[in-house]
Design a protein around this ligand. Sequence first.
Ligand SMILES: *Cc1c(COP(=O)(O)O)cnc(C)c1O
Length: 376
Amino acid sequence: MVPITYRCWVEVSRRQLAENFHAIRNAVGPGVEVMPVVKADAYRHGAVEVARVLANEGARWLAVSNVEEGVFLRQGGVTTQILVMGDFLPFERPALIDFDLTPAIHSLSQLADYDRMAAAVGRSLPYHLKLDTGMGRLGLAANPSLIVETIQSCAHVRLDGLMTHFASAANYESPQTASQIVEYRRVLAALNAAGISPRCCHLSSTIPVAYGRRDAWGNMVRPGHAIYGYVSPARGNAPAPVLNVHPALNWKARILQVKELPEGSLVGYGGMFRCERPSKIAVLAVGYADGMNHRLSAKGKVIAGGKLAPIAGAISMDLTSIDVTDCPPLAPGDAVTLLGREGNLSLDAQQIARMAGTISYGVLCGIGQRVKRVYF
Ligand SMILES: *Cc1c(COP(=O)(O)O)cnc(C)c1O
């Protein structure tokens, strides 16, 4: 491998992404299509590169949140089908067509607009219809006969998928998922009775896949988190996970300076850290502008020289100090691990999220623009 000449970077394992994708495929079996979610720059793993890996491994669909993310994939040479899940505004309509993106449609009036646009361009445009089955966020919650009627009157567009999203999939004490499945099926049955059979039926993100909730799979699933190697813990009486995936990303930063400070010295903004003994403090080339959550100040840890080293005091915009008194000798230029595995120690996004009082998704998506990416 070429020596890495970055101050702060993530290393993404293509092989691990591929293995996670295949683990998900094996878990759901051949009758269920896996549509990996690569929104938010593939949870900061790098959308185009991740999309290429997954397409190479056989993914036929990818999901993004918005039109711009879909365009970005197309410009990067991605040719799979792309579902835009997070709604679009009138000014984004032309790009949907120009870049061959399939939108999720969230209301019957939006469907009628989409139909008029298809008529105007003289092409049959595909869409997935998103039902609000009880999450109370995006999607339509109209009565099934009105949905059927509108679908039938929109002759210039093709219903290619019927989807919904769960609000409480990780909570096995909640009846909400079961009731959302019932509601989804009620609408699907009405469509079927009217002779309408959407090709892709999908409800599940990572959690219902990982915990083997088969009745929530339909014939397509939309995992994001699991592609990147994460499954959040479930609450309540959850069955054992059926999925074994591993994180694909390590996040590192280099030491800029190591200083010996006498007992009683204060470190960083607000003097939040006080050396209780003669201490060695290393200053890292990473700060909250790079995504080191400010709430890790005086709470977080990193792996330095194969040992856990506590964050000393406040995280600054561009710098973070750590206490390396108990670590093997370290010098400027040495790399420490902020997230990932080093030797037999590991710090994953879930552990970091607990220390920072956030969620693992937030830790990954928080990795900043300034952090370089290396693929291996
Ligand atoms: C983000 C998202 C997903 C993927 O969720 P994970 O929990 O990361 O698997 C699936 N479906 C929709 C609608 C989403 O917004």
